[in-house]
Design a binder for this molecule. Structure first.
Ligand code: MN
Length: 246
């Protein structure tokens, strides 16, 4: 079975959240595959800072799961875009680029984190373009871990304050960006996270069939996940469940 989760925002000062995550992981079997669509961590300062960040228990939980046979992939989000191959190797997980095609028989499903679709949020798009460059990342990772921590805190707090000031609709995806990326990849189904607005959206796309966009929720109050079966997929968020039949 294929499972998808996103936006856990794991932080070492939230034991309940870590417990929710490890309980979910222990429900997976060796024949399952798990796709994590970004923002697994509240923030990540580089693979050499896992100990500093108190995130070793997360790495150990993932390593136990993958050693048992479960296949796990991580797509990086806007908060953990610095997760790299050292982290992936320690956990036994594979790294995915943003905009990954999941082929399920005849179905092509586009997986994304989702922040690149929030095209009305110009401030975030400028930040995203900057921090995804090799030059920025090399310069940042060359600093000491405490220096990186101070820089990340400054950015994070600015971003949190900015969120309050921004209109709610600016933080959501825009329909033209959704349709453009779905057209580019020739898909009718897109799954992403980031916006913390779990839902199954249906809309008209060129051609006879409609398009669907499924949004995974965050884990602040309970698990949010998608399970893909042969005939349908199920979106579960807290105590609610919604299904899409293929
Ligand atoms: Mn995000």
């Amino acid at each position: 079975m294929i499972h998808l989760i996103s936006d856990l925002h794991l932080s070492p000062d939230d034991d309940a959240l870590l417990h929710r995550f490890t309980t979910y992981l222990s429900s997976l079997t060796p024949s399952d595959s798990l796709y994590m669509l970004g923002d697994l961590f509240e923030y990540w300062l580089g693979d050499d800072a896992a100990e500093f960040l108190g995130q070793r228990p997360v790495e150990e939980a993932l390593a136990r799961l993958t050693a048992n046979g479960t296949k796990v992939w991580l797509m990086r989000g806007n908060r953990d875009f610095l997760a790299g191959t050292d982290f992936a190797d320690r956990c036994g997980v594979g790294l995915l680029e943003d905009e990954h095609i999941l082929q399920m028989g005849d179905h092509r499903i586009l997986l994304m984190h989702g922040d690149s679709l929030c095209t009305d949020d110009l401030e975030h798009q400028a930040f995203r373009s900057l921090v995804r460059t090799d030059v920025w990342q090399q310069t940042f990772l060359a600093k000491s871990v405490p220096e990186r921590d101070a820089m990340a805190r400054a950015v994070r707090y600015r971003s949190e304050n900015g969120k309050v000031a921004k209109a709610i609709e600016i933080m959501d995806v825009t329909q033209p960006a959704v349709e453009a990326v779905m057209h580019q990849h020739q898909v009718r189904l897109l799954i992403h996270g980031h916006t913390h607005r779990p839902a199954i959206h249906q809309f008209a796309l060129s051609g006879p069939q409609s398009g669907h966009r499924i949004v995974l929720g965050d884990w602040a109050t309970g698990p949010s996940s998608i399970c893909i079966h042969a005939s349908h997929l199920e979106l579960r968020h807290d105590t609610k469940a919604d299904a899409l039949y293929f």
